[in-house]
Design a binder for this molecule. Sequence first.
Ligand SMILES: Cc1cc2nc3c(=O)[nH]c(=O)nc-3n(C[C@H](O)[C@H](O)[C@H](O)COP(=O)(O)OP(=O)(O)OC[C@H]3O[C@@H](n4cnc5c(N)ncnc54)[C@H](O)[C@@H]3O)c2cc1C
Length: 324
Amino acid sequence: MDILIVAEHRQGELHRMTLEAVTAAQAFAVELKLSSAALVLGDDVDAVRATLAALDLGEVLVAQHERLRDYSSEAYTDALCQVIEREQPAWVFLAHTYQARDFLPRVSGRMGLPLLSDIIAYRSGGERPVFIKQVYSGRLSAELVSTVSVGQCLVSFQAAAYAADSVRAGSAAVRDFALELTAPVVGIQAEAPFQESAEAVDLAGADLIVSVGRGLGSEENLGVIKQLASALGAELACSRPVVDAGWMAASRQVGSSGQTVSPKLYLALGISGAAQHLVGMKGAKHIIAINKDAEAPIFDVADYGIVADLMDVAPRLTEALKAQ
Ligand SMILES: Cc1cc2nc3c(=O)[nH]c(=O)nc-3n(C[C@H](O)[C@H](O)[C@H](O)COP(=O)(O)OP(=O)(O)OC[C@H]3O[C@@H](n4cnc5c(N)ncnc54)[C@H](O)[C@@H]3O)c2cc1C
């Protein structure tokens, strides 16, 4: 196969960003007339295999092994290197998740393969595809080209760069891949996945996000926002000043130095829309902004806007949601 998409999953569920990587791969495959396959690493992966087999892919490779029961960077590195060595894909695509950030550089280092990380788009048509990555807090775009003329290249895609909803359905053949994994040399044991603190949350997979900025005024007002988030069934997020003030944990910060999110709905309350914040949330499908200042830049990216005091609007939204 030409493109290998490495699937990420947890407790039998495919990570939404893997679907985004599949969307990227499907578009890339059509444009460059390439074949594509997905790879599932794990131990008990029936549900994930079934989800992937219902997509427009050439095939789904299933590599099961007891060492892959729980994620560990060592085992995933060993497994992916083995698959790449035997299958020789030209491109290996992944979502730019915490997991990929953890083990993909090891694969790159061990196999001497170029790694283009956190990619937001590509351009084909020239001699080699050009991959685009945001740098300097989203102010500039860097264009990256793999200089390896023959061989493979690893590419990870930023959250929301491609839409999970645009993934094409189909029917992929399933093939088992027999891994030969030996006992780990060092024996890294992963703890509970990607929880930076007791309050940590992986916002990248959230469908609904209620996010608050400095316009909140004080920590005491947070209760109103929590009630709104709970009525909506949404995750809570925030801008950086809210973290700096100690009102919320750093793991809930969205932006260039926080998380990149791609929910179906991003409700921004009292957030001005600075470039460093926008870079983390502008991929949201629908953005609703509530801000006292009609000139706030957040309204440039919002689909719907309310010029008002958030402390007036938030409780009324909560009431309306509860009444439904
Ligand atoms: C290297 C670097 C990295 C950074 N990384 C990030 C990052 O990851 N994430 C991030 O968010 N920022 C980041 N920043 C900070 C960023 O530049 C902005 O300062 C920040 O995003 C502003 O946050 P804010 O919109 O909450 O606050 P402000 O810009 O102060 O905006 C507050 C808004 O609330 C409105 N408001 C006030 N009161 C009310 C009210 N009662 N009702 C409704 N609206 C009201 C105001 O009109 C205003 O628009 C970074 C900065 C640097 C230099």
